[in-house]
Write a protein that binds this ligand. Sequence first.
Ligand code: AMP
Length: 138
Amino acid sequence: MSYDPNNIFAKILRGDLPCTKVFEDDHTLAFMDIMPQAKGHVLVLPKLASQSLLDAEPAMFSALFATVQKLARAVKTGMEADGIVVTQFNGAAAGQTVFHLHVHIIPRWDGVALRRHSGTMEDADVLKAHAAKIVAAL
Ligand code: AMP
């Protein structure tokens, strides 16, 4: 299977579909996950096209993980989280559902269970409110 330029995240990167953006630079884009596993669940994408980690260009990893670290810190502070989970799925068998490389940043609180992956759609106003807290902490 080759990279599909019409996958959902490619459309978001082109501006053809909306997202609740929290950060953008020359190489990366970060926005709220529409079906968050926890309040403040953010996705970080490289702008360079690849399906997953396995076919990605390593030269962009420093830019990608600089943004992952920046957002992990902002999500922890902005959402007052006790910890941060960083996950990344490669292939449908591993749980990947959108085939443009992305990294999940998921805040955790002591005693609060994670919601199901790709479970329930969150209200747009709730996503905006969480995004505002994260942006304020950047
Ligand atoms: P994965 O299963 O790792 O490929 O993750 C895809 C993630 O993208 C899931 O957590 C979905 O909730 C999320 N998602 C799917 N469509 C959108 C969208 N239009 N905007 C924001 N997040 C999305």
